[in-house]
Design a protein around this ligand. Sequence first.
Ligand code: UDP
Length: 491
Amino acid sequence: MARRVEIDPQTTLEQHAEYVHLAPAVAELRSESRPFVQAMRGRTIWMVNSTAQGGGVSEMLPGLIAHLRELGIRAEWVVIETEEEAFFQLTKRIHNMIHGAGSAGLTMEDRRLLERVNRANAESLRDEIRRDDVVIVHDPQPMPIAGMLSVPDVTAVWRCHIGLDSGNEATADAWRFLQPYAAAYDHGVFSAPEYVPSFFEGKSSIIYPALDPLTAKNRPMHVQSVVAVLTRASLLHAPGPSAEPPLEPARRIQPDGSWQIALRPDDLGLLTRPIITQVSRWDRLKGFLPLMRGFAELKQRLREERADDDAVHERLMLARLVLAGPDPESIADDPEGTEVLEQLREAYLGCDADVRRDIAILALPMRNPTVNALIVNALQRVSTIVVQNSLREGFGLTIAEAMWKGVPVLSNSKACGPRQQVRDGVDGRLIADPEDAEEIGTALREMLRAERLDALGRSAQQRVHAHFLIYSQLRHWVHLLGTLTGAVRAA
Ligand code: UDP
């Protein structure tokens, strides 16, 4: 049943304020929040979602909650739970449909399943939520819960992290299916104006996702820490003596298809080769497979053609592709993961031996979230280019994460999330078709020429500083919560 998740605050606003480049934003946040915070005293904000680990939402919630608490607002995190496997298959299907993938045809039986699981979770929550509290429900999985709580005077907000800026039959069917649950909500929050469904028009706001620059995932890392983390996760041979104990190793698919520690069959070359990285959940819409095809084609072409510039050719020949994601067994609400990974493994085994040597498919250890985050941080930092080849992408936190580290990003101009973050030719590159192997290969090739990589990376970092850090996100939330509850007016 609904389970309370303890928050272990990774960073405090006080720590943020110690950094000169972050201090003004923290000061502004504190002063703007004050009247709202005072007026909201006595209420609790309940964040409700469907998983405590894996994906962008569970990445953002602990920080959001911890910082709201620091500002003086009571906030709690609750995850809905069920033993019914079919529930996660259904909600995954709805997720894909909102992204325009899959076919229409949700049934009454699907509705009964969604409601049964939500009702059971609502019952276990009912005694905890009190009059005048605020419930913020994230994404479709727990959407029906707001209408099932039966607690008077609760303000309900639906925070939808996904969306598509164009519609098809599947999208329309998914929204039709969810529409009845919208009535229980006072307000909806979306990541882009294009994502707001008609039944939330007039009662919605846009809040950009954002990253916390001091968490394990994003905090500054000295070159020695990068090396230490990669070494400890078996992603690098130790270049010298170190007192740091080894961590649970990252694993890598081998030429025979088995999983072994990532240092087999050879060192990945993370510190010496141009590295192209994508880190994502194993989800078809993340576009791992076409990215691998694009990279493989590029390598094939390079082998066949004569070099007009030896240094550039050599650099391209040395480049490696790293495709990394979580241990597939570790994510409860992602039943497709194993299947996507299996397809990727088969496609990898079908590549020429030469090409295979330059592709590393990695499963990152997930048991300790901080360790996982540090590995992702280090991997992003040693990358020459980070790719987010998503066919659809609501926002794409991995993009902001790489940009914040000064790494230029290659992504898809048709996906609304990447388009909001990356300006083509300014902070990275946007391609028109993430399934077009040739276009991917050509874009990678142009970027790897390295002429403007540094400039792209600098401007990427600047852009995240200006738009996608937690301070503006928190300001929006506090303002919205204060206004919705009428607390500010009453005060
Ligand atoms: N992520 C991670 N470890 C992994 C794979 C992904 O920590 O092995 C993180 C990634 O760094 C990012 C989040 O999961 O913070 C994914 O968020 P995004 O918005 O890119 O995609 P979503 O998974 O929400 O669709």
